[in-house]
Design a protein around this ligand. Structure first.
Ligand code: SF4
Length: 215
């Protein structure tokens, strides 16, 4: 992989609108991950979204649909947002890495965690999304997203649901990736994890309400 490019920057358009970024991202060859994947899964949501939620990378369903958070983890995210009272239309959903990284096992495509150099290659797209959307609240879903934006020493398990001091947005928080709910071994643990996830999102919803009152 030494001769592969490792930077999405040359593929970013001059005009910085979500439409222009989304279109340009379809042709990104900034790292090797585009090759086995179906297509670039760019972020989705309105420019005026108050909340940006950032996950790790598209999964199998997302890769086929070309949209973020449409698979089982997306349904968990929707449940969490609803429980926290955050409107889906107020949310911009995206990932740190825009192509699905997987390993083929028979007919199945098994998710593989992106490596640091792949995250570094792809992060210019996320930075551009942040720059255009300028969300009031940024929620990092899972360790990969949190470490990518807050530094490799950040521990989601220690700081989930906290309001963090960061220049990325007025309100910044991190929690688990909703796929972690699905990985719990029984119904009771899934229900508990689901509730804690909703609690973490409620912290963000409450901070947004406070910000609203101050304006
Ligand atoms: S993963 Fe990111 S940097 Fe790599 S090809 Fe896809 S969009 Fe480009």
């Amino acid at each position: 992989m030494a001769d592969e490019p490792n930077d999405a920057t040359p593929f970013l358009p001059e005009r910085r609108s979500l439409k222009a970024l989304r279109e340009a991202a379809q042709c990104c060859r900034g790292c090797h991950l585009w090759r086995p994947a179906t297509e670039t899964v760019f972020g989705e949501g309105r420019r005026s979204s108050r909340v940006m939620l950032v996950g790790e990378q598209p999964g199998d369903r997302e890769d086929r649909a070309g949209k973020p958070f449409v698979g089982p983890a997306g349904r968990e995210l929707d449940r969490g947002l609803e429980a926290a009272g955050i409107e889906r239309r107020d949310a911009y959903l995206t990932n740190v890495v825009k192509h699905f990284k997987f390993e083929e096992r028979g007919k199945r495509r098994i998710h593989q965690t992106p490596k640091r150099f792949e995250i570094d290659a792809c992060i210019p797209w996320l930075e551009a999304e942040l720059d255009v959307v300028k969300p009031e609240a940024l929620v990092l879903l899972g360790a990969v997203a949190a470490k990518a934006l807050l530094g490799s020493s950040f521990k989601v398990t220690q700081h989930r649901g906290e309001l963090l001091d960061s220049e990325l947005a007025p309100i910044v928080s991190a929690t688990i990736h909703p796929s972690a709910i699905l990985r719990q071994r029984d119904d009771a643990s899934r229900a508990a994890e689901r509730e804690t996830f909703a609690e973490d999102l409620r912290v963000v919803a409450a901070a947004l309400k406070v910000a609203e009152r101050q304006h």
